[in-house]
Design a protein around this ligand. Structure first.
Ligand SMILES: *[C@@H]1O[C@H](CO)[C@@H](O)[C@H](O)[C@H]1NC(C)=O
Ligand SMILES: *[C@@H]1O[C@H](CO)[C@@H](O)[C@H](O)[C@H]1NC(C)=O
Ligand SMILES: *[C@@H]1O[C@H](CO)[C@@H](O)[C@H](O)[C@H]1NC(C)=O
Ligand SMILES: *[C@@H]1O[C@H](CO)[C@@H](O)[C@H](O)[C@H]1NC(C)=O
Ligand SMILES: *[C@@H]1O[C@H](CO)[C@@H](O)[C@H](O)[C@H]1NC(C)=O
Ligand SMILES: *[C@@H]1O[C@H](CO)[C@@H](O)[C@H](O)[C@H]1NC(C)=O
Ligand SMILES: *[C@@H]1O[C@H](CO)[C@@H](O)[C@H](O)[C@H]1NC(C)=O
Ligand SMILES: *[C@@H]1O[C@H](CO)[C@@H](O)[C@H](O)[C@H]1NC(C)=O
Ligand SMILES: *[C@@H]1O[C@H](CO)[C@@H](O)[C@H](O)[C@H]1NC(C)=O
Length: 413
C-alpha cells in the first residue's frame, strides 16, 4: 500500500513537472487562464545577464553597459536625431501649427520632418481591414489564437518586450501561427516623454527580445497611447521600423474607464462595421485599435469577428495590406503581396483559406542566446529550471503587478 501511494505520488510529481511546457507546441496546448499563466522559466530567457534591461521597469541603454552593439547603433544615429523637445506633461505646444507632428495633440500622421515615412493608419485597399492587436503576448492568449487559427486568420501582433521575455513560448506561437509580429516597446511608456537614449532603448531591446525568442527581427512598431512625434519617428525609422497607427479606436482597453462600458465599446466596434457596410471605406480600408490584453478584449474580438467577415471584403495583417512581402529582416519568412493573398484565397479573403504563411524557427529554446552580439554574463541554465531557482520564478508577481497596472489604466493602448 505504502509503496503504491509513493508510486502514485511520484507519478503525480512527474506529471506536474512534465506539465511545465518547454516548447511552443506544448504551451499552445495549455488552456484556461490559470494554467496558461503559470511561469515556466525557459532557459532561453532566463539568466540573460546584462544582455537585456531588467524586466520590471523602463530602462535606458546605459543600464546595459556591455551592449556594444546597441551603443554603437545609438551613437551612429545620435547626431542626426532632430532637436525636438521632450513632451513633458504641461509643455507649451502650438497644437494648431503642430511643428513636430505630435499625434497626441493633433492626430498628425504625416511627418513634418523631411525624410520620414508617413505613418500607416489605414489599409489602402477598399473595404479592407488591417487586423491587429496590442499589448501581447498575453500569457492566456491560447483560446484567442486557437480561434484565429480555426479561421486561418492572420493578424499583426504588437508585442511588449518585457512580456516577450516573460512569456517566450506565447510569443513563439505568433511566429509559428504565421502572424506578423511588431514592436510595442519594452515597457509601454509615452515615447515623446523619453530622452533620445531611452526611446532608442525601448525599441532596441524589444527588437532584440523578439529576435532572441522567435529568430525574427521585426520591421514595424506601434507607439503606446499613439504617442509619437517626429523625433520618435526618426529613431524608429533608424531602426527600420514602420510606424503603424489606426483609423478607428475600439477603446476595448478602457472598459470601466473614460465612461467606456461593454456597451459603448461594442458601439465603437459597430461604428467601424457600419462604416464598412455603408460605403465609408470604399476608397480606403481601416485599421482598428484593439488589444490582446484581457479575456474581455480577446473575447470581444472573437465575438465581433463574424461581423467583420460580413462587413469587409478582406481582413489581413497590416503588412499584407501594405504589400510588405518581407515582414522581417530575415528572408526566411515571406508574406504574399495583397493581390497574391487575395488570389490565393480565391476572392473575398474573409471566407476561404489561404495557402498558409511560413513561420519563424522556434526550436532554439534550450540554447544560450544573448540577443545578437549583446554580451551576456552569468551563464544560462542549460536544463529546464525547477521551482524557485528558475530565472523567471519570481516574475509572475511582477507580471501580475504589470497586468494590474494595465487593467488600472496606467497602461492602455
Ligand atoms: C561588463 O562585462 C564585464 C566583463 O564580463 C563585467 O565584469 C561587468 O560587470 C559588466 N558590466 C555590467 C554593467 O554588467
Ligand atoms: C536628441 O539628439 C539631438 C541630436 O544629438 C539633440 O540635439 C537633442 O537635444 C536630443 N534630444 C533629447 C531629448 O535628448
Ligand atoms: C501617457 O499619455 C496618455 C495620453 O496620451 C496619458 O493618458 C497618460 O497619463 C500618459 N502617461 C504618463 C505616464 O504620462
Ligand atoms: C538558433 O541557433 C543557431 C545557433 O546559435 C543559429 O544559427 C540560428 O540562427 C538560431 N535560429 C533562430 C531562429 O534564432
Ligand atoms: C474568457 O473566459 C471564459 C471563462 O473562463 C472562457 O470560457 C473563454 O474561453 C475566455 N475567452 C478567451 C478569448 O480567452
Ligand atoms: C499593392 O500592389 C498592388 C499591385 O501592384 C497595387 O495595385 C497596390 O496599390 C499596392 N498597395 C500598396 C499599399 O502598395
Ligand atoms: C479551411 O481550413 C479548415 C481548417 O484547416 C478546413 O477544415 C477547411 O476544410 C478548409 N476550407 C477550405 C475551403 O479549404
Ligand atoms: C531551426 O533552428 C534549429 C536550431 O538552430 C535548426 O537545427 C533547424 O534546422 C532550424 N530549422 C529551420 C527550418 O530553419
Ligand atoms: C552557455 O553559457 C555558459 C556560461 O556562459 C557556457 O559555459 C556554455 O558554454 C554555453 N553553452 C553554449 C551551448 O553556448
Amino acid at each position: 500500500m505504502r509503496s503504491s501511494v509513493f508510486v502514485l505520488l511520484a507519478g503525480i510529481a512527474v506529471v506536474a513537472n512534465a506539465a511545465a511546457p518547454t516548447t511552443e507546441q506544448e504551451m499552445a496546448g495549455v488552456l484556461g487562464h490559470d494554467a496558461e499563466c503559470v511561469a515556466y522559466g525557459l532557459p532561453l530567457t532566463s539568466n540573460l545577464g546584462t544582455a537585456f534591461p531588467a524586466t520590471d521597469a523602463p530602462r535606458t541603454i546605459t543600464d546595459v553597459r556591455n551592449d556594444t552593439e546597441g551603443l554603437k547603433k545609438f551613437q551612429s544615429i545620435q547626431g542626426s536625431i532632430p532637436n525636438i523637445p521632450i513632451k513633458t506633461p504641461g509643455i507649451a505646444y502650438d497644437s494648431a501649427k503642430d511643428p513636430d507632428c505630435w499625434w497626441t495633440t493633433s492626430n498628425c500622421v504625416t511627418p513634418k520632418l523631411a525624410g520620414l515615412k508617413p505613418d500607416i493608419y489605414q489599409a489602402p485597399e477598399p473595404r479592407t481591414l488591417g487586423y491587429g492587436f496590442d499589448d501581447g503576448p498575453a500569457c492566456d492568449h491560447n483560446e484567442f489564437y486557437n480561434f484565429l487559427g480555426s479561421k486561418n486568420q492572420k493578424a499583426t501582433m504588437f508585442y511588449i518586450g518585457i512580456y516577450v521575455i516573460w512569456f517566450p513560448l506565447q510569443a513563439q506561437r505568433a511566429a509559428a501561427d504565421g502572424h506578423e509580429i511588431c514592436v510595442h516597446t519594452w515597457s509601454h511608456g509615452n515615447m515623446t516623454q523619453l530622452s533620445n537614449e531611452s526611446a532608442f532603448a525601448e525599441l532596441w531591446y524589444t527588437i532584440k527580445a523578439i529576435k532572441l525568442v522567435t529568430g525574427l527581427t521585426p520591421t514595424c512598431w506601434r507607439p503606446p497611447h499613439g504617442d509619437v512625434d517626429d523625433r520618435i519617428r526618426f529613431i524608429a525609422q533608424s531602426l527600420n521600423l514602420d510606424t503603424i497607427m489606426w483609423r478607428y479606436d475600439s477603446f476595448d482597453w478602457a472598459n470601466g474607464q473614460l465612461g467606456q462600458t461593454p456597451q459603448t465599446i461594442q458601439g465603437n466596434y459597430d461604428k467601424l462595421i457600419n462604416d464598412a457596410k455603408s460605403g465609408v471605406l470604399n476608397n480606403n480600408g481601416a485599421i482598428i485599435l484593439t488589444h490582446e490584453l484581457s479575456n474581455f478584449t480577446m473575447q470581444l474580438a472573437i465575438d465581433n469577428y463574424p461581423k467583420f467577415v460580413d462587413a469587409f471584403d478582406h481582413i489581413v495583417p497590416v503588412g499584407i495590406a501594405m504589400n510588405k512581402t518581407q515582414p522581417y529582416a530575415e528572408t526566411t519568412v515571406t508574406f504574399p503581396s495583397f493581390n497574391d493573398y487575395v488570389a490565393q484565397r480565391g476572392g473575398k479573403t474573409t471566407s476561404t483559406n489561404s495557402t498558409g504563411t511560413p513561420s519563424g524557427n522556434t526550436s532554439n529554446n534550450t540554447g544560450n542566446k544573448s540577443g545578437g552580439s549583446a554580451s551576456q554574463s552569468g551563464g544560462a541554465n542549460p536544463t529546464k529550471p525547477s521551482g524557485a531557482s528558475a530565472g523567471l520564478a519570481l516574475r509572475p508577481s511582477l507580471g501580475l503587478a504589470l497586468f494590474g497596472a494595465i487593467i488600472a489604466g496606467v497602461f492602455s493602448c
